[in-house]
Design a protein around this ligand. Structure first.
Ligand code: HEC
Length: 121
């Protein structure tokens, strides 16, 4: 059997790569959560908010729900916005707005990002 020489360089390379990836992902993490929230809100497979709401920056919006504008001043309390996105049926049992949290359409983290975005409106 040929003795396999352990390439000492490999762990060093792996460490370097890991470091590079960690460093490279820092700006991504620092990137505003609101941008992420906007993506989630506009993503037809995620928030899909544009199906019902007109939102600045979005296209082909529906009008089943009210246009989402002036949201920060209308709902200065962040918790209220989280509650609306997580489960609007608590405020309005007859709403057609999907309970994104209760139905696990969006995770708590994703709802947080969407609310960050809503607060820019
Ligand atoms: C199927 C349609 C539908 C979808 C999809 C939908 N909504 Fe709604 N939304 C509504 C309706 C209708 C209302 C009006 C209030 C009610 O029905 O209780 C509303 C109300 C709201 C309000 C309160 C607005 C105000 O001016 O008081 C916010 C904020 C909101 N929606 C955010 C969102 C976000 C964020 C998404 C996507 C993650 C979303 N909605 C997806 C239908 C929808």
């Amino acid at each position: 059997m040929i003795p396999l020489k352990k390439p000492a360089l490999l762990p060093a390379l792996a460490t370097a790569l890991l470091l590079a990836v960690t460093v490279a992902s820092c700006p991504a993490r620092a990137q505003s959560a609101a941008d992420e929230g906007q993506k989630l809100a506009f993503d037809r497979n995620k928030g899909n908010c544009l199906t019902c709401h007109e939102i600045k920056g979005g296209s082909q919006a529906g009008n089943i729900g009210p246009a989402l504008a002036g949201i920060k001043s209308k709902y200065p309390n962040r918790a209220e916005l989280v509650a609306i996105v997580a489960d609007e049926t608590k405020r309005n049992p007859l709403t057609v707005m999907p309970p994104f949290g209760r139905n696990h359409i969006l995770t708590d983290k994703e709802i947080d990002a969407v609310v960050d975005f809503l607060q820019t409106l």
